[in-house]
Design a protein around this ligand. Structure first.
Ligand SMILES: *Cc1c(COP(=O)(O)O)cnc(C)c1O
Length: 509
């Protein structure tokens, strides 16, 4: 045992950092030549690592050697140009560099006082984003870690507002309610499309809404919430003495890019005093294109909205943009002011610790600022526009090939399809639904065994379907073309091998 104290040696750090920057640049150059995902079985990485933490210091060279030999072979390469699974987690050089600075500064950005520049840069960059996607200045932005967290925050705020509105003792309460018992959360209901992301039901559960109080509204054949069924559900709940508290509308569902009819839903929510939260986690970035602004039609009437610059705007995970209309309501739900956090300028500044769940916050606006300035809004628009073009191109190829079926409209850059078999291409019977499901499961397994591309599966109207999502800086038409060729030849080879396989089922993400 030694009592040697750890020290900070800037010159050692400099040497090691230079070495790593070289590694990083090389990685970015060669990532497209690696298999997209590892082939090692579960436990392969863990079994190579010691069960106990080292007592003695270990050298940098040794750590890096193990990183190369043990960790890297177990990585899925999200930045690979042919990573088409889930929705991409973005990274880009300016974002990576800003992350290095964020890590170096190591600042806690919970209050203005703890990092004034971080708070003010967050205000400025969130306002840039708000304008870029066309939200009115009634909205204020705050960075959250993920869309799941932002949706939970929206649900909690909606819950508190509904309870407050129905509390006879609250300031400004309806005098006719005087003497009525306080409303219990058991009476509050939440609505989202059956195609909504799993984070909505999870958030509702965590926010304390009863599982039998969360309504999944059926979607139409374009995977958009059927607004008439929403109206029916709200009316039925009111009749039963329940209190509709929140509707979550999705702009760009995870499985199939369904776009809920926000204008009609927003009008309903205004009329009924229901909190409207819009989940545009992936699709929202497209609203920075003037020609795609329509996806946010009606969003100016919402109470809150979330989208992820970390999914389609070149910003490294994590960076979620959450916009809220009534920031006082948000703060009513999340503000705390323990004595140890009180500071001189509290009455004049924004303390983002009061705008969400976490107390401690990373300096996330720095990477957003680096990215927007480095590429310019024009550059980011050009990339998203190109991804949308590539998505439509692929959707056309799918439609032109009689052996494949396009399973959903592809308005953004997500293409959902399935393989029907060689016979279907010749005008024959594609076989039963169960056989087609199994065929596509096998197709995906074969594609993943090849290591050239990575996709995910989903269910579209109960049918097994394959999703191909675009969103990475380096993905080019040749990558999409080569992915399509890979898919077609893997499908053709399936016919030769036969036999059913079993794979993972479930939603895209
Ligand atoms: C990806 C996604 C989410 C979850 O995003 P996180 O930031 O990972 O929590 C939520 N909603 C939709 C529609 C998504 O596509």
């Amino acid at each position: 045992m030694t009592n040697e104290l750890p020290t900070l040696e800037p010159e050692v750090f400099r040497r090691q950092a230079h070495q790593l920057v070289d590694w990083m640049a090389d990685y970015l150059r060669r990532v497209g030549t690696l298999p997209v995902q590892p082939s090692a079985p579960p436990g392969a990485v863990r079994s190579q690592l010691p069960a106990e933490a080292p007592d003695r210091p270990e050298g940098f060279e040794r750590i890096i050697r193990d990183f190369e030999a043990i960790i890297m072979p177990g990585m899925t390469h999200w930045g690979h140009p042919r990573f088409f699974a889930y929705f991409p987690a973005n990274s880009s050089p300016p974002s990576i560099l800003a992350e290095m600075l964020t890590a170096t500064l190591g600042a806690q950005c919970m209050s203005w006082n703890t990092s004034p520049a971080a708070t003010e840069l967050e205000q400025v960059t969130m306002d840039w984003l708000r304008k870029l996607v066309g939200l009115p200045d009634a909205f204020t932005g705050v960075i959250q870690d993920t869309a799941s967290t932002a949706t939970l925050v929206a649900l909690i705020t909606a819950r508190d507002e509904a309870l407050r509105r129905h509390d006879a003792k609250a300031p400004g309460a309806d005098p006719r309610r005087h003497g009525e018992p306080p409303v219990s959360i058991d009476r509050l209901t939440v609505y989202a499309s059956e195609e909504a992301h799993s984070s909505v039901a999870k958030g509702a559960r965590m926010a304390g809404f009863g599982p039998d109080r969360v309504r999944a509204i059926p979607a139409d054949d374009r995977f958009a919430m059927r607004e008439t069924l929403l109206a029916t559900a709200i009316e039925a709940d009111r009749k039963a003495g329940l209190i509709p508290a929140c509707v979550v509308a999705t702009v760009g569902t995870t499985s199939t890019t369904g776009i809920d009819p926000v204008p009609a839903i927003a009008a309903m929510c205004r009329r009924e005093s229901i909190w409207l939260h819009i989940d545009a986690a992936w699709g929202g970035s497209a609203a920075i294109l003037p020609e795609m602004r329509w996806i946010f039609e009606g969003a100016d009437q919402a109470d809150s909205l979330v989208f992820n610059p970390h999914k389609w705007m070149l910003v490294n995970f994590d960076c979620t943009a959450y916009f809220v209309r009534d920031r006082d309501a948000l703060r009513r739900s999340f503000a705390t002011s323990p004595a140890f956090l009180k500071a001189e300028h509290d009455d004049r500044v924004v303390n983002y610790r009061d705008w969400g769940i976490q107390l401690g916050r990373r300096f996330r606006s720095l990477k957003l600022w680096f990215v927007i300035r480095t590429f310019g809004v024009d550059g980011i628009r050009a990339m998203i526009r190109e991804h949308i073009r590539l998505g439509r191109l692929l959707a056309e190829w799918v439609e032109q090939d009689g052996r494949f079926e396009l399973m959903a409209p592809a308005p953004l850059a997500l293409v959902v399809f399935r393989y029907l078999g060689e016979d279907a291409g010749k005008g024959g019977d594609p076989g039963g639904e169960r056989e087609i499901d199994m065929l596509n499961e096998r197709l995906l397994q074969r594609l993943h065994a090849g290591g050239r591309i990575m996709l995910t599966q989903t269910r579209a109207k109960g049918k097994y379907a394959i999703r191909l999502a675009l969103g990475h800086l380096t993905t080019r038409e040749e990558d999409v073309r080569s992915a399509w060729e890979t898919i077609r030849s893997a499908a053709a080879e399936l016919e030769d091998t036969g036999g059913a396989g079993s794979g993972n089922q479930g939603r895209g993400e």
